[in-house]
Design a protein around this ligand. Structure first.
Ligand SMILES: [Fe+2]
Length: 301
């Protein structure tokens, strides 16, 4: 094997900057239709399938799309007839599947030296496979993870927004997202399109999207298969903690300074909050309450 199968230039890779990339995964046996149909059946059994029909638009609530625009087909039925299914489907957390977990590890292990040199502390590895009918749309949203997204089959237009563009995703929207896992304030406006970095993805192409970079996808006029490899790092975990800290300050009636404006202020807040978070996690454990551990190697499914 000669080098990572996702091609990222180590000299230009920046963990918080969107960038284009190419890859060699189009002919991988685990990404062909027959393997995906079998995976779809297994993921259906694990209840790790998310789907909606092609009536969803850029402005549809990402959280509510499956209920607002239901797709009744099973994963296997849809995969067998993507062209006519008129639907959008994601096989979620495919790292729950032992075969696909090995595949995700192989690909992220290849990239890890490049990532680690600028963005150490990889955790919460996960994989997501998106299967979309012609014309289907993924509504505008943000995610917690850093994301390598690769086009395997068909064409799609991927709109992405700089994670620091506060015209598109406000400081308050990020606080609510990190603090309560709510995307309620991450809302679509047609004017966002002008501020987007757009990728017209075809097989062999892809993009890197940092944590909390807004994105929206319009599928082309043929069936599409896309895979995402995602993870957290120390910087995404610190960023989440900073926003949760600001959300707490706002609850106290204060107006916290935005994150990212002053490295020294953010570093001080991080130091204070890490101590506080460690104590609070210990208290929650003692009280028998769950603590979401975002340092574990794989995202829990
Ligand atoms: Fe996403």
């Amino acid at each position: 094997m000669s080098g990572p199968r996702i091609h990222v230039d180590p000299s230009t890779f920046e963990p918080w900057r969107i960038q284009a990339l190419t890859h060699d995964l189009g002919s991988h046996p685990l990404l062909q239709l027959d393997s995906l149909i079998e995976l779809g059946k297994r993921q259906q059994g694990r209840k790790l399938v998310r789907t909606h029909n092609a009536a969803a638009t850029a402005g549809t609530s990402f959280a509510d799309a499956p209920n607002l625009h239901p797709n009744r087909k099973t994963a296997a039925e849809m995969l067998a007839d993507i062209g006519q299914a008129n639907a959008w489907m994601s096989l979620l957390n495919v790292q729950a599947d032992p075969v696909y977990r090995r595949f995700i590890d192989e690909i992220l292990d290849e990239l890890q030296p490049i990532i680690e040199s600028k963005d150490p502390g990889m955790s919460y590895r996960a994989g997501w496979i998106f299967v979309t009918s012609p014309g289907a749309v993924t509504p505008f949203h943000i995610d917690h993870e850093h994301n390598f997204i690769l086009q395997i089959r068909g064409k799609k237009r991927l709109y992405t927004w700089d994670p620091f563009d506060r015209e598109v995703v406000s400081e308050r929207a990020l606080e609510l997202f990190h603090d309560e896992h709510s995307r309620e304030l991450v809302t679509w406006k047609e004017a966002h399109r002008q501020r987007a970095k757009i990728f017209d993805l075809v097989p062999g192409m892809g993009g890197y999207m940092p944590s909390t970079a807004g994105h929206m996808v319009e599928n082309g006029d043929e069936p599409s298969i896309t895979i995402s490899f995602t993870y957290y790092t120390a910087s995404t975990r610190d960023n989440e903690m900073l926003y949760r800290g600001n959300a707490a300050l706002r609850r106290l009636g204060l107006t916290p300074k935005p994150i990212g404006q002053s490295a020294s202020r953010d570093a001080l807040k991080t130091a204070v909050l890490s101590g506080y978070t460690t104590v609070m996690s210990a208290v929650r454990k003692v009280r028998g309450r769950g603590v979401r551990d975002n340092t574990v190697p794989y995202a829990p499914a």
